[in-house]
Design a protein around this ligand. Structure first.
Ligand SMILES: [Zn+2]
Length: 412
């Protein structure tokens, strides 16, 4: 880059750290090429909060959009260190194209890349909170890598910041897009409610099942409850559309009682998802969104051994949903994982916390899953265990007895 040539087409301007180089909303009549220092690009995101979009360094440029289209600037440029820029007025831009076609080409390339990035961001921002926790706001800025400071004008490099993407594989291998949407009849059995996310404080509308209104049709051997014209499995998990925190709707607010440190671990988990997961729209509610909400709930529940039963139930629900969409493989994977967690819950150290009826239920479900695994003796042992529990409920006693007899009968 020829500095002498640049000086012919523009004016050198100096700014102290913290100075505004240009303001969001003003009509831009000039663009800037950074000769030295760092410039933070700030603007209002779609969620209405001030956000740092990027940090630009020597050789990079900004302000060209407004200069070219005569519309108000979409962002402010603030000096993050002492900054020297070359300001190029609109009337000199043609001269620049003529004198320095390489430079003009770099600007065009940079522009198109920015547009692409903006498009991606737009999609992502549809998932962002109107009010977000500070930690989550920070995420937006840490995503942009800081350019290495350079003191002398370097060659103009197109403005591309490669983002450090940490892959989070929430969905298992083989998980598909199933495309099924909630049947019309569901509408009669839920109500909408505005809630506040305990992780990011975002407010959103959620659908709560009306458990008092629904009618149980039958209970499967694996204890799945089938209701008339409704399936609460679709509504059990509440997901914050902004930070993606997900949990059973009954327990969604539980973490409000946590200490700030406890809450922070959830915010950190939310941060790791930032910009990497796109939640399908809430309306029409699709099974794809429901699946994702379960995997998010499992992600937020973590690996801590404290709540194996909670995780077991999430996997069991997933297995039923996979059963509904006819995905045999993931159905099997899900109930096998459910089995592992049920097993931990029943035989692990957290067993002491279980209520008698839950213990009985667990024993019964382990029997059923052992049966599926083809381990008949273990199945019988667990059914028998559930029959023997006199402090459980009669319903489970009877179900366990029926299953025990059926399996014995089949084995003959
Ligand atoms: Zn949230």
């Amino acid at each position: 880059m020829n500095l002498e040539k640049l000086k012919r087409v523009g004016t050198i301007k100096r700014f102290a750290k913290g100075d505004f180089i240009c303001y969001e909303g003003e009509i831009g009549t000039e663009m800037f090429i950074i000769l030295s220092g760092q410039v933070g690009i700030y603007g209002n995101s779609f969620k209405g909060v001030q956000e740092k979009f990027a940090v630009l360094g020597s050789g990079e440029f900004f302000g060209e959009m407004s200069m070219l289209d005569d519309l108000p600037r979409s962002a402010s440029g603030i000096a993050e260190s002492p900054v020297i820029v070359l300001s190029i007025a609109k009337e000199n831009f043609q001269l620049l194209i003529k004198e320095m076609p390489d430079m003009a080409f770099a600007i065009m390339t940079g522009l198109s890349r920015r547009i692409r990035r903006l498009e991606a961001k737009l999609l992502e921002d549809c998932n962002e909170a109107p009010v977000v926790a500070k930690a989550i706001e920070e995420a937006a800025s840490v995503k942009v890598s800081e350019p290495a400071p350079a003191e002398t004008p370097a060659t103009i490099s197109p403005v591309v910041k490669t983002e450090q993407v940490v892959a989070i594989d929430l969905l298992p291998e083989g998980h598909k897009h199933y495309g099924v949407v909630a049947p019309e009849t569901h509408k009669n059995f839920y109500y909408e409610k505005q809630v506040t996310c305990p992780v990011c404080n975002g407010e959103f509308i959620t659908k709560n099942p009306r458990m008092t209104k629904i009618r149980l049709e039958r209970r499967e051997n694996d204890l799945r409850e089938v209701y008339v014209d409704f399936d609460p499995l679709w509504y059990n998990i509440r997901t914050c559309p902004y930070c993606l925190y997900s949990e059973n709707y009954n327990d969604f607010d539980k973490i409000k009682r946590l200490s700030p440190e406890g809450l922070r671990s959830y915010q950190e988990k939310a941060l790791k998802l930032h910009g990497k997961v796109t939640l399908p729209p809430p309306e029409p509610l699709s099974i794809d969104r429901v699946f994702l909400s379960y995997y998010l709930a499992i992600y937020f529940a973590g690996d801590e051994q404290e709540n194996p039963l909670n995780i077991a139930k999430l996997y069991m629900a997933l297995s039923w949903l996979y059963q509904d969409v006819g995905d045999e493989e993931l159905y099997r994977r899900s109930w096998n994982l459910a089995f592992d967690y049920y097993y931990q819950a029943y035989y692990g150290s957290s067993k002491a916390k279980l209520k008698p009826e839950h213990e009985q239920q667990l024993c019964l479900i382990l029997g059923e899953l052992y049966l599926r695994k083809g381990e008949i003796n273990e199945a019988l042992k667990h059914f028998y265990g559930a029959i023997r529990r006199l402090d459980g409920t009669a319903f489970y006693n009877n179900l366990a007895r029926d299953r025990y007899m059926e399996v014995k009968e089949q084995r003959k």
